[in-house]
Design a protein around this ligand. Structure first.
Ligand code: FES
Length: 115
């Protein structure tokens, strides 16, 4: 079972293959934003990797980062927990001014993952 460490929060066992955005919310129990519901549109699910950054990324993640000029972060909705990871949670409900974190993402990557 992969371990997810969230800086200043803790380390958690996560079911193999779980979406990182869901692991942050359901296993680490932080108020992770996911305004578009995990569809690679909003970028509010962004995290910074400290260790274990996946080498591959989905086409959808690369496309939205290119469109917005974002670097140095990754979309937790486009990543599966298939190895140990350490992240910094930089996009949370608290202080965001948003009413809620967003719709709960599906258990699978959307749009269908292409790498
Ligand atoms: S891009 Fe919106 S939840 Fe990931």
């Amino acid at each position: 079972m992969p371990q997810l460490t969230v800086e200043n929060v803790g380390t958690f066992d996560v079911p193999e293959g779980k979406r990182l955005v869901l692991a942050l919310e359901q296993d680490a129990r932080i108020d992770q934003l996911h305004a578009c519901g995990g569809r690679a549109r909003c970028t509010t699910c962004r995290v910074e990797f400290i260790e274990g950054e996946p080498e591959r990324s989905t086409v959808a993640e690369r496309t939205v980062f290119a469109a917005r000029g974002l670097t140095g972060v990754r979309l937790s909705c486009q990543i599966l927990c298939d190895h140990d990871m350490t992240v910094r949670a930089i996009s949370r409900l608290e202080g965001s001014g948003r009413p809620d974190p967003g719709p709960t993402p599906q258990p699978f990557i959307e749009p269908p993952a292409e790498y």
